[in-house]
Design a protein around this ligand. Structure first.
Ligand SMILES: Nc1ncnc2c1ncn2[C@@H]1O[C@H](COP(=O)(O)OP(=O)(O)OP(=O)(O)O)[C@@H](O)[C@H]1O
Ligand SMILES: [Mg+2]
Length: 411
């Protein structure tokens, strides 16, 4: 069928033609926004899940929802080895700009911007000892107001973040609304920053201040947060974002097709679900290839069968391969051992779950190595976001079906 009219959108953060199966999450967030606007206590939200389940897309949708409620919003994508200070300043600046036109006292906004600027600039080393600050240290937040002093500029990120977010929330209160800061890939924040963020959320919730953080990250994000502050388990509301059930996966395929007057035969949908396992990225990838190969509506199971190799080839490059290439030879060996063990475990227990967690001790045994000698490979893979440790002493792939992919790769 006409590839120009192909509605499907496989890709990182690509808005799907139909956001299927997330009604509950959207409803929960509506309630959160309403409650906070009325001064009721609410917890910040954390979305967790494997790669490609739709965390980024959902985060963006929640942001639109907040904007529709006239909230100020800003978004950050955390990166390993990057301090939170500047990105959070930029995100908050964005949120304040959204609220500023509705505020009756411009000097209150200016005061906040002054604090914001001081907070942001505190990151730059003074350039003492004659050395000129590097170009990236001369970063300007784009705020015309002069930086104030004595607030949010101590250099201690925890103190500064609490002060900055409290001041920002106060301005939102003036306008009768709230501020939401969205943080994607949140598991990549440094330990100090995570700690500071937890402390800030804790303080804000005690004050009943209308500012929330909405995070998204890999399944071990809760562990990262509770390692920083033990109270974080009670501080955040965790929502596991998972693969789509059959009804939602069918809807993700059928609703956009219907708008183009295209239908699927039942058997085609059966096969598509079998192939995608309901993982949103795979739903889009198989849907896209099938559309291009199908000669006419209705789309049949035979069309899916013809198209599947193309979808798989594209996934092998774009979804799996790009990640596999980030691993060193030693890390690849580690992951291959994981993939083999996950398969054996899955077969023994009769599960079709090929992405099961594997005990690290077994990986060491399979490779004939001491567990401690494999720690660097494991830690590097966790840092690269390829595997995660959900339960102590085990690891699992963050990428769905990654084990299956590895088993098809030549050693
Ligand atoms: N609810 C949904 N219904 C249909 N398609 C979806 C849904 N959510 C996401 N998708 C599709 O799945 C793909 C992956 O989405 P997204 O990039 O948001 O995943 P992610 O969880 O952020 O992945 P990563 O961990 O790699 O960042 C995109 O192509 C998107 O269009
Ligand atoms: Mg994402």
């Amino acid at each position: 069928m006409d590839p120009v009219r192909n509605p499907y959108a496989p890709g990182a953060g690509q808005r799907p033609p139909e956001l299927a199966g997330r009604g509950r999450e959207l409803d929960v967030f509506d309630v959160v926004l309403e409650r906070i606007a009325r001064g009721r206590p609410e917890r910040s939200l954390m979305l967790t899940g494997l790669r490609g389940v739709g965390k980024t897309v959902l985060l963006n949708t929640l942001r639109s929802q907040a904007i529709n409620h006239l909230w100020g919003t800003g978004k950050i994508e955390a990166r390993p080895d990057q301090s939170l200070r500047r990105p959070v300043a930029a995100a908050l600046h964005m949120a304040v700009r959204e609220l500023a036109p509705r505020h009756r006292a411009p000097d209150r906004i200016d005061a906040l911007l002054g604090v914001l600027k001081a907070f942001a600039q505190r990151a730059a080393p003074a350039g003492r000892g004659g050395a000129a600050p590097k170009l990236r240290d001369r970063w300007q937040p784009g705020i015309d107001v002069p930086a104030s002093s004595g607030r949010a500029d101590s250099g201690d990120i925890e103190i500064d973040l609490v002060e900055l977010l409290t001041d920002a929330a106060a301005v939102a209160t003036d306008v009768g609304t709230g501020i939401a800061i969205f943080i994607d890939e949140m598991q990549d924040l440094g330990a100090e920053d995570v700690s500071a963020l937890c402390a800030a959320c804790h303080e804000l919730s005690q004050l009943g201040a209308p500012l929330i953080v909405v995070g998204a990250g890999l399944p071990h994000l809760p562990a990262v947060l509770s390692a920083a502050k033990s109270y974080s388990e009670r501080l955040f509301r965790y929502q596991r974002i998972d693969r789509l059930d059959r009804i939602a996966a069918d809807q993700a395929l059928c609703a956009p097709a219907e708008r183009e007057e295209v239908e699927y035969e039942q058997k085609a949908l059966d096969l598509l679900y079998e192939k995608s396992g309901g993982y949103p990225y795979f739903v889009q990838a198989y849907g896209k290839a099938t559309w291009d190969h199908a000669p006419r509506s209705p789309i049949t199971a035979a069309d899916v069968r013809v198209a599947a190799p193309e979808a798989e080839a594209e996934l092998a490059v774009g979804f799996f391969g790009s990640r596999f290439e980030r691993a060193t030879p030693a890390e690849r060996e580690y992951m291959r051992a994981m993939a083999t063990l996950a398969l054996v475990d899955g077969e023994e227990s009769g599960r079709d779950d090929m992405d099961a967690a594997v005990p690290t001790a077994e990986i060491a045994r399979a490779l004939g190595r001491k567990p401690a000698s494999l720690s660097p490979a494991r830690d590097a893979l966790i840092k690269k976001g390829l595997i995660y440790s959900g339960e102590r002493g085990t690891v699992a792939f963050t990428v769905p079906h990654f084990g299956r992919y590895l088993r098809t790769q030549p050693a």
